[in-house]
Design a protein around this ligand. Structure first.
Ligand code: ZN
Length: 190
């Protein structure tokens, strides 16, 4: 079921979410919540969505990138259900990514992200995963894990002069960003 997306200013986006137990994960209610996250993300053309973005303060996020009209330069990410994630950088390499967010309507801005991260999480069946993510894919995981800690991308915009509406991004910033980020994706491979 497609759910309403909570927007910036709602306190649920500013609270750390709660880890869930293996028993909770297997309940119909939580499995339904995961399905709702997937439906809501796809309906909004998001690259990911966190449970608190639909008002549920649980440590669950879903991520998927196909041919995404919001972010056409992002490499594909298969549908990934991420429960109780722990994310950590594995080195100091960073990249500046122009980000947007379903909970911050019509705004984008430049954020520095780690290029290489380790992510440990459970999938929807409770199976543990321990994976290395790189490049824009690592950026997407960092954005979604930030949500689960009550952090929004705007908190990480250090140069507020990079803030732009989607319309002005298209007009004035898209070409340069696409050129830079496409070269980055080719170098990093994701
Ligand atoms: Zn977001």
């Amino acid at each position: 079921m497609i759910r309403d997306i909570v927007t910036i200013g709602h306190p649920v986006l500013r609270e750390a979410t709660r880890r869930i137990t293996a028993d909770e994960l297997s309940t119909p209610a939580v499995q339904q919540l995961i399905d709702d996250l997937i439906d809501t993300m796809r309906n909004a053309n998001g690259a990911g969505i966190a449970a608190n973005q639909i008002g549920e303060p649980l440590r669950i996020t879903v991520i998927e990138v196909n041919d995404n009209p919001r972010y056409p330069y992002k490499p594909r990410i298969p549908l990934t259900v991420v429960v109780n994630p722990v994310i950590e950088p594995i080195d100091d390499e960073t990249v500046v990514i122009n980000e947007g967010c379903l909970s911050v309507p019509n705004l984008r801005g430049d954020v520095s992200r780690n290029v290489n991260v380790r992510v440990r999480y459970l999938d929807r069946d409770g199976v543990p995963h321990d994976e290395i993510m790189r490049g824009l894919t690592a950026g997407t995981f960092q954005h979604e894990c930030d949500h689960l800690d009550g952090t929004l991308f705007v908190d990480r915009v250090t140069d507020t002069r990079t803030l732009t509406t989607w319309e002005q991004f298209e007009r004035f910033h898209r070409a340069a960003f696409i050129e830079r980020i496409t070269a980055f994706v080719e170098r990093v491979g994701s």
